[in-house]
Design a protein around this ligand. Structure first.
Ligand code: NDP
Length: 258
């Protein structure tokens, strides 16, 4: 199995759920000089306890960064810290994982819920990506290798099959999450546009669906554990090449129709 060799990796929403599991699996992989910037909007609060414990186990690899994806000041401060810690190597992999789900239908979704979900799931990845772009560009230049890959410079947007206009039914019929579906469809479009715009900068973009996973968001009736989902997504990331920039895949590598 190909292993992900990205050196400097940043993950948003890393204090619980899929983000935390991703930090864990990446920290346990043998990879020299790896730095994982594990972001949490409240790194000192009880809800980040598991991340603090994990950081204690891997103090040379995991750096906890305070980052609220809906707060421009917080994003800028995080970028400054990460820029200083990555230097000329740059940032190889940014995983826009932080997400928010709200239930509702066309009839009963409130404007407040629409805005909150849009702010987190669309404006969040947009602002974070834009702020960290210079460090991704640095990594692409520093790599000195042709083509695109997650080891060189990449942005992975954690999407959902609920953002697919073709296969949202499978889960929407069980969990009606109108604002969430609209936000993930928008994140998908952003992935495609960014892949187009940043190809010449040497940066790969992809949207990944983690599967329906047992986390706070996925709930107990979900189909798979975070461990399986994250192992699958990390494997998929390790296989992505220039040919796949702008793709929409699930955690097994299967293409999801837009
Ligand atoms: P969880 O609800 O378990 O975790 C969400 C994470 O996002 C938490 O760390 C949370 O931090 C963080 N977060 C939310 N808002 C912000 C913010 N404004 N700034 C920074 N961090 C924030 O969700 P999952 O782990 O299940 O989901 C991770 C990603 O996977 C999401 O993008 C989700 O949409 C996607 N996904 C999940 C599926 C599933 O079945 N679980 C299915 C398809 C997609 P805090 O603790 O501070 O709230």
């Amino acid at each position: 199995m190909a292993a992900l060799k990205a050196c400097n990796i940043l993950i948003t929403g890393a204090n619980r759920g899929l983000g935390l599991e991703m930090v864990k699996q990446l920290a346990e992989m043998p990879c020299s000089n790896r730095q994982i910037f594990a972001c949490s909007r409240e790194p000192d609060s009880p809800k980040s306890e598991a991340l603090r414990e994990l950081t204690k186990k891997h103090p040379n690899i995991i750096k906890t960064i305070c980052l609220d994806v809906t707060n421009p000041v917080s994003i800028k401060e995080a970028a400054k810290k990460v820029g200083a810690l990555t230097g000329k190597t740059g940032l190889n992999l940014l995983v826009n994982n932080a997400g928010l789900a709200k239930l509702g239908s066309t009839q009963n979704t409130t404007a407040e819920d629409m805005l909150a979900v849009f702010n987190t799931n669309v404006m969040g990845p947009f602002s974070v990506t834009q702020e960290f772009l210079p460090y991704l560009q640095t990594a692409a230049k520093a790599s000195g290798t042709p083509g695109l890959s997650c080891n060189k410079a990449a942005v992975i947007n954690i999407s959902s099959s609920l953002g697919s206009m073709t296969c949202f039914h499978e889960i929407y019929n069980i969990i009606q999450a109108f604002p969430y579906c609209v936000s993930k469809a928008s994140l998908n479009m952003m992935t495609v546009l960014s892949a187009h715009d940043c190809k010449s900068d040497g940066i790969l973009f992809a949207a990944l669906h983690p599967g329906w996973v047992k986390t706070d968001m996925g709930g107990d009736q979900a189909l798979i554990e975070a461990k399986e989902s994250v192992a699958g997504m990390l494997h998929v990331m390790s296989t992505l090449t220039e040919k796949q920039t702008g793709v929409y895949l699930d955690y097994t590598g299967k293409t999801i129709p837009w």
